[in-house]
Write a protein that binds this ligand. Sequence first.
Ligand SMILES: [Zn+2]
Length: 571
Amino acid sequence: MRMARVGVLVDQEAKRRCHRYGINVFESYVGEVLGHAGIPFTWLKTVEEAAGSGVDILIAAVVGDGRETAEAMLAFAERGGTVISYAGLNCMANALGCKEQPHVAVGYAQPERPPAAAPLRCVRSIPWKAGNGAASFAVQQSGQLRKDRPDGDPAGPLLMQFRVGRGRIDRWSVNIPLTIVTFQQGTGPVLGDGVPADDGTGDVDEGILKADDRVALDWALDRARTETGAPYFAYPYADWWREQLIGHLLATATSLGLTLPFLGYWPDGVTCVATISHDSDLNIDESAETTLNTLAECGIRSTWCMLEPGYSPPIYDKIKKAGHELAFHYNALDAQGGRWDEGEFRRQYDWLKAAAGVAGVTSNKNHYTRFEGWGELFAWCERHGVQADQTRGPSKRGNVGFLFGTCHPYFPIAWFDEQNRIYDVLEIGFLTQDLDLPQWSDTSVIVPFLERVRQVEGVAHFLFHQVHIHRNPNVNRAIRQVVEEARRRGFAFWTSAEINDWERARRRVVITGVDEGGAVRAQGTDAADVVVWIPLPEHRSQDGAERKFGVPCRKVVLNAEKRGVELEGSR
Ligand SMILES: [Zn+2]
């Protein structure tokens, strides 16, 4: 089966025009979604380039709204190509026999193939309605979008598929890339406090600017409660939207008689990953000793985020010797003399390198989840060689869980002032801090978190402070319970640096072809045990295929012996 050629069109003139007026072009984030899935694609910069590119599937991510665009998209489809749009192409509504409907600021979508019982929250959707009298193309509609609430008024179909000539135009009413960005990175730059929860479990309005001050989820609509009544954000909406986007793309490829290989999230044999990080906060040596012993008893290695002035020198040696990861805990908490400032970030980082006797570290987490603005933290990490950040997590017992809609590692996108570029920093957010402390949630969240993470194949990241592991028997029991429950479910425990290294290594793999015998050609890998999934047409789904993103796939493991650049897969 030939591999589908996928192009992502970001019209540079249309993009510049948005930036000139201070409008973000988060639609280009579809490239990061495909990158994380390991789906090969080509960036296209103009409509003309797209027309001559020879791609089979054209994702019209950012395009102008003129007649040239409409004509080019129709011509592309007429020749047999498939155009995909996420709430765009509004200049074509009339031509496709539809009417643009009022925009839906917040909606809930019920896809044809729902990932779970819960509908998917989305933002800034633009539904269309079929039948403006001039319908000249056959249209198939699926799924449904509702306004404001999961049970709100219907706002239109979720997906419309227009048959155009020998090809198709598929238009989602949901701006999936923008929705993913909004959940992961927030509704906007953090310039002030967020809105607190009505029930007193999420007082984010405490006067400290943090990541969770711009959460795009709803306290009432997007939380569930455990059997003990502990509230938590229950739905990894961003991850589910990734699944919708990828599943649709793969199904499109197979419907064209083509295939579109993609990469497994983890190496062969690893189904899901858990990670534990600590923040040294009070820097009590005894708490480090207790934590070292606890981790040794659990048989896991973890990530130690160090806050100035840190532990005594011998402790660092013990942490290193036990194979744990030393990391940075940047303090920008004003009440403790910290500042939100790159110079201060650098000064503290220099302190860490000297104190711990290391040339640099891979990971950072900000003390108290302090966060301001949009992307400056990522830019600082980039400039000072910190490859991974884990600041984006909850600061209150009532906003634990999937408050940023994801448990996947991802590369964040910049605001328009940096041209919406992708930062070279891997964000690995966490689900909760400590457990069974009065100010934090209880251990009843452990199993729901793990089950959900396993379902979407993400990272179950739990944060435990050494001082609580040391002083509080409940917390000491809780970390052991996390390890036990995760092990029981087949999670592998990795450090943040290991997750970072793996994600970067797998992203260097480029699948270049699949031959008739099923062997995979790929380039640029130094990672072992990379899993490649090859989507199959439905009628060939019986011979040992496994369903991924709703599509039957055959599995190939690449590079089991690290054989170099040009690799051959085997069954
Ligand atoms: Zn801290």
